[in-house]
Structures are given as C-alpha cells and as structure tokens.
Design a protein around this ligand. Structure first.
Ligand code: SF4
Ligand code: SF4
Length: 176
C-alpha cells in the first residue's frame, strides 16, 4: 500500500472533488457483499500511519456528539456537577438537536492548539473516530457519513481510495 496522503489542503481538495464518485462508491458497496474484516484491516493499517495528534482536523471541523455517559465521566474528571458541565460545555446540534460539545472559532471547546485538554476522558465518539476501525454495524452501513469525512479526515480519504482498489471500483475519469 502506498504512503497515505496526510496534507489537509490536499485532502480537502481531493475529497471535495470526489464527493460524487464517493457517493457512487457507497451505492456500489450497498449492491455487493464485500468483506468488512478486510476493510477494517485496511483502515487499521492506514490509521497506524497517520498521526492523529498532529492532525486534529476532526476536532477543528466536525461537531462532537456527547452522551450522558460521557458527560458523567468528564464532569467527574473536571470536578464539577454534571448539570454545570452540561450547561457550560454542551449545546444542541443544529442538525438533529442532539447534545454536542460547544465550539469556539477554532473548533471543539476542549481543543488547545492540536491538543485535547480532556484527552484521557474524551467522549467515546472521539476515541472511535473516524469509525472505520471501531464502530457499530458494517462499514457499508456507515458509508453515508464517510463521504463528507473524506473531505477532512486523511484516514477516511485514504481508506476509501484503498477500498476502491480492493473491490476494483471503476473511478470517475478526472477532467484536466
Ligand atoms: S473532546 Fe478532545 S478529542 Fe474530542 S473533539 Fe474535543 S478536542 Fe477533539
Ligand atoms: S481521525 Fe482523521 S481528522 Fe481526526 S485527527 Fe485522525 S486523521 Fe485527523
């Protein structure tokens, strides 16, 4: 496998250019029955080659869902009541009204530079992100979320490209 692309400007450009192709790829996976285990292993190999702590792009651009269980753990670690934590650090998502972490102009409220200030206690979704190696259900069932993630997450972009090679997916010819 070739070295993954990690430059975020390139990932944005390529992932955006391939939005339509990746949607076609999602439909292709839906129509066939490919090995989830193989996909997970490939994502794992790519994940090992990408330094998430140097990237932190998901913390900068994506909303972070937070569960009650996360709120209990983090508030305890921060030495405050759960109600205080929820009021101070969470808000409702504009998309689905679910509880998410508040954001600043640079990303998640707990992001400092590229570091997570609650790393040891971070929400489960942050531990499992981008949900290719770890996640409920098949990768095919989570593909609808990966099309957008491929525009900002090097692990997702490179994994989708590797999957296309594995299954022999006919890519959209690039213009120019
Ligand atoms: S809690 Fe930490 S890991 Fe999760 S999005 Fe915020 S800064 Fe990133
Ligand atoms: S999960 Fe993706 S976007 Fe987030 S830090 Fe790792 S490579 Fe970057």
């Amino acid at each position: 496998m070739s070295k993954p692309i990690t430059d975020l400007v390139q990932i944005d450009r390529l992932g955006t250019k391939k939005l339509k192709e990746n949607e076609l790829f999602r439909r292709h996976l839906k129509r066939h029955n490919f090995s989830d285990l193989r996909f997970r292993r490939v994502a794992e190999e790519i994940e090992e080659q990408v330094d998430c702590r140097a990237c932190a792009n998901c913390c900068k651009v994506a909303e972070t869902d937070i569960t009650q269980r996360d709120a209990t753990r983090i508030s305890r670690a921060m030495g405050m009541s759960e109600a205080e934590f929820v009021g101070k650090y969470t808000t409702a998502s504009a998309f689905d009204d679910e509880m998410i972490l508040r954001r600043t102009e640079t990303g998640c409220i707990f992001l400092s530079g590229n570091d997570c200030t609650i790393y040891e206690d971070r929400p489960d979704t942050c531990r499992n992100f981008p949900h290719l190696v770890r996640g409920k259900g098949s990768i095919e069932s989570r593909m609808w979320q990966m099309i957008d993630r491929a525009t900002y997450c090097p692990i997702v972009y490179n994994s989708l490209e590797a999957y296309k090679d594995i299954v022999g997916f006919q890519r959209t010819p690039s213009k120019g």
